[in-house]
Design a protein around this ligand. Structure first.
Ligand code: FAD
Length: 379
């Protein structure tokens, strides 16, 4: 089969290596806009469940990924200088660039044709294909070109966010809330190697405008946010890489997922708010699900039909959970009026995937503090 993949992010690369593994005769070309080391962003998060999928599907990349991960067990919530720790939540972090480099070298080894610095704007310019994959991210060109087929629903959300790094090591997945005279800010931070953490800052659109971020340079932006989070950074700087930009989160849905012999994967197909840390997990799991369909049948139409039928309900459930989380951050001011313990409880249960009983099992001490707060506030 001739497979042409637009976008060499996690979903495109992982699908390429799985399909080459499935049948070395598959002719696979990946077009990537950027160079192999140019990626935006810092670290990404994986759960234990994603690791078991990675292990079951390609043990070689799994071992390398595992060796490059930092792990942690806690979620910390910081509000008005008080830290609440919730134990028993195992996650791992890895640098996005490291992760992509591992997938790139595995693809090369298996014989995938990786073409870097190739920004595809016209699909007549790519190799002829039996299957075309649009794994070109949230602003997908493939989706735009075939918008009539995919009928995308794009919902641009209210908050602004920026993806930064820091050498301050956050040993837990830390959610920090800071009130300032111009409005509230939140930071999502976690370590992803021994000396670097991801530090994503989020704020409402009005706060962003009052701060004047649109006219600040990269350096001024980092300095501003260092002042907001001075108490959290222990004197460490905030770092931008070659891609410093504020975004509005775009909630992406498509219906249908396939058009003729073309299918979307990862962020091009669906997004889930980054506060539940699942974007890369979902992208990679899409690739695994689609490759599994090709294990059952070599018929492109049938494989794509099966992929949509099996995978769509799973994604819809995630998007629902992530939406509840997104709202919690859009309603930051109201939530910051809570005490730290109930705020932490609300954050932990926001996606409805974890409830009181699960939390009690994971961290009885935290639940005891929560019960104590409830009893006190009922009195
Ligand atoms: C602030 C922020 C924080 C995040 N935190 C996490 C996290 O903690 N954990 C997590 O799992 N996920 C996180 N994500 C989400 C994660 O980055 C994405 O969900 C994931 O990378 C999706 O993978 P993908 O392969 O679908 O798309 P991308 O990673 O976006 O890859 C798409 C690729 O396509 C290329 N491309 C685009 N257009 C073209 C074109 N026309 N021609 C050729 N190439 C093209 C791009 O250069 C890119 O390399 C975060 C995202 C953001 C924005």
């Amino acid at each position: 089969m001739r497979i042409t993949i637009i976008g060499g992010g996690p979903s495109g690369l992982y699908f390429a290596l799985l399909m080459k593994q499935l049948d070395p005769a598959n002719e696979i070309t990946v077009y990537e806009r950027d160079g192999p080391d140019d990626t935006f962003g810092w670290g990404i998060v994986f759960s234990d469940q994603t690791f078991s999928y990675l292990r079951d599907n390609d043990v070689e990349t799994y071992q390398e990924i595992l060796a490059s991960c930092a792990t942690w067990d806690n979620v910390d919530v910081v509000l008005r200088d008080q830290r609440v720790t919730i134990r028993g939540n195992k996650f791992s972090g890895i640098g996005r660039l490291k992760f992509l480099n591992i997938l790139q070298s595995r693809c090369k080894k298996l014989g995938v044709n990786l073409l870097f610095n190739r920004n595809v704007t016209d699909l007549d310019d790519v190799e002829p294909y039996d299957l075309l994959i649009g794994s070109d991210g949230v602003n997908s060109t493939v989706r735009r070109i075939y918008a009539g087929g995919f009928k995308p629903l794009l919902d641009t959300r209210l908050n602004k966010y920026i993806w930064l790094g820091t050498h301050r090591i956050f040993d837990a997945l830390t959610l920090t809330f800071r009130e300032t005279e111009i409005g509230p800010f939140a930071a999502h931070s976690y370590k992803f190697n021994e000396d670097t953490s991801t530090f994503i800052v989020e704020c409402g659109g009005e706060t962003w405008e009052r701060a004047g971020f649109d006219s600040l340079s990269d350096e001024e932006t980092c300095e501003y946010l260092e002042r907001v989070f001075a108490a959290d950074l222990n004197g460490e700087r905030l770092l931008s890489n070659n891609f410093l930009r504020w975004f509005n989160f775009i909630l992406v849905r498509n219906d249908p997922w396939r058009h003729k012999n073309i299918v979307l994967l990862g962020d091009a197909l669906h997004t889930a708010h980054f506060s539940i840390g699942s974007g890369t997990k979902l992208a990679v799991e899409d690739s695994i699900a689609l490759a599994n369909c090709f294990r059952q049948t070599a018929d492109v139409e049938r494989a794509l039909e099966q992929f949509e039928r099996i995978r769509k309900p799973i994604i819809e459930e995630y998007q629902e959970a992530a939406y509840a989380s997104l709202l919690l951050f859009e309603e930051m001011s109201e939530n910051m009026a809570l005490d730290p313990v109930p705020l932490a409880y609300r954050l932990m249960t926001r996606s409805k995937r974890i409830d009181y009983e699960k939390l009690k099992k994971r961290d009885p001490e935290f639940i005891a503090a929560y019960d104590g707060w409830r009893a006190h506030n009922r009195a």
